[in-house]
Design a protein around this ligand. Structure first.
Ligand SMILES: Cc1ncc(COP(=O)(O)O)c(C=O)c1O
Length: 361
């Protein structure tokens, strides 16, 4: 069976070998005779699944003992609140860079828990870039600085350095984690929902430097939402999303077997370069994002003649290219080309776009 190519922004395409493995191993997890979903989370197999997945993630991300990885419920959306619940105090502000829909949601949520300031924004340019580091105004006593390093809807990605930021740096990496080598040591807390590059929804990674919690406050924060309690309980304060962690483990296994981050980064750069090149050299398509911030993962584009949008989507669907519609807030199209999308998949999309332009001119 030929499967369609799924360009969805999330939940997104999974590597086909992972789907096959899930199918093959679903009924019998590690020769226990029952599925992974039916085990107690206290069973040694599940405890090992969690600890091995943490080790594997740290290996792939190049992280040392200073960091822990938590597997939490609630999506990246809960992190918009959980981060300030744990890190923000009443007398020191948090500084947020707003560069698109998701960082706007993050600052809005945080403002309910304590003082926040907007360190910089690209709202005036309709979020077609991430504000340059030199323009950020960070209060000297900032508790932390928050940034969304890849805005999934606007398709803008951070490629700069944060080495000179004095305050702890918190980042939402939901839509580009493990897509390329990142200077992870520049970040003190990173969160990412799994349903794009990492697996399926239900689990959110929180990767944090444990020393960050030395000044963390926990008064009035429910135990389930305290990072410290989750660390002490190895992400099992309550019944965790075991199935989603298993899928994550299979995705990481696939990634390592293919050659890890260096392999996927090379592939992702080739894919993005080919697609942006095709857009820039067409008479019909246009990408509005500043060149230096063009996302390797989410490529939004508009048709110069929007009356062709519906036909474009219909023909794409018939050609087996799914979910190319842009987010409802910005319109147009968007191709999300996460790790599971191959160079060949992108080549098929480009051929389709060229053919559509030729026949509808
Ligand atoms: C960058 C970013 N942050 C946060 C979210 C929200 O994630 P969730 O639906 O898992 O809460 C998304 C979802 O697409 C996202 O792309």
């Amino acid at each position: 069976m030929t499967r369609p190519i799924n360009f969805c922004s999330g939940p997104a395409a999974l590597p086909e070998p992972v789907l096959h493995r899930m199918q093959a191993e679903l009924l019998d997890f590690q020769r226990s005779g029952i599925s992974v979903m039916e085990h107690s989370h206290r069973d040694h197999r599940i405890v090992e699944l969690f600890s091995e997945t943490e080790i594997r993630l740290k290996r792939l991300l190049g992280l040392g003992d200073a960091y822990r990885v938590l597997f939490l419920p609630g999506g990246a959306t809960l992190q918009f609140s959980q981060v300030p619940m744990n890190l923000l105090s009443p007398n020191r502000p948090a500084a947020y860079v707003t560069s698109g829909t998701w960082s706007e949601k993050a600052i809005k949520a945080a403002s309910q828990y304590g003082p926040v300031v907007e360190a910089a924004t690209s709202r005036d340019s309709k979020f077609t870039k991430i504000p340059d580091r030199q323009t950020w105004v960070i209060p000297e006593d900032a508790q932390y600085v928050h940034l969304c390093t890849n805005e999934t809807i606007q398709g803008v990605e951070w490629f700069g350095s944060l080495a000179d930021v004095a305050a702890p740096v918190v980042a939402d990496m939901s839509s580009h984690i493990l897509s390329r080598a990142m200077p992870m040591h520049e970040f003190d807390l990173v969160y990412a929902g799994a349903q794009k590059n990492l697996g399926t929804s239900g689990v959110t990674l929180v990767i944090l430097k444990t020393e960050l919690l030395e000044s963390a406050q926990s008064d009035g924060v429910p135990g389930l939402l305290q990072y410290r309690q989750q660390i002490e309980n190895d992400s099992m304060v309550n019944t965790p999303p075991v199935l989603s962690v298993w899928v994550l483990a299979l995705v990481l296994d696939w990634l390592e077997s293919m050659g890890g981050v260096p392999w996927v980064e090379a592939q992702n750069r080739v894919k993005a370069q080919a697609l942006y090149h095709a857009i820039d050299h067409s008479g019909l398509y246009r990408n509005p994002v500043a060149i230096e911030n063009r996302s390797l993962m989410n490529v939004p584009f508009v048709l110069q003649d929007p009356s062709l949008d519906a036909r474009f989507l219909l023909q794409a669907e018939s050609a087996g290219l799914m979910n190319l519609k842009g987010h409802r807030s910005v319109g147009g199209m968007r191709a999300s080309i996460y790790n599971a999308i191959s160079e060949q998949d992108v080549a098929v999309l480009i051929d389709f776009m060229r053919e559509f332009e030729r026949t509808s001119g």
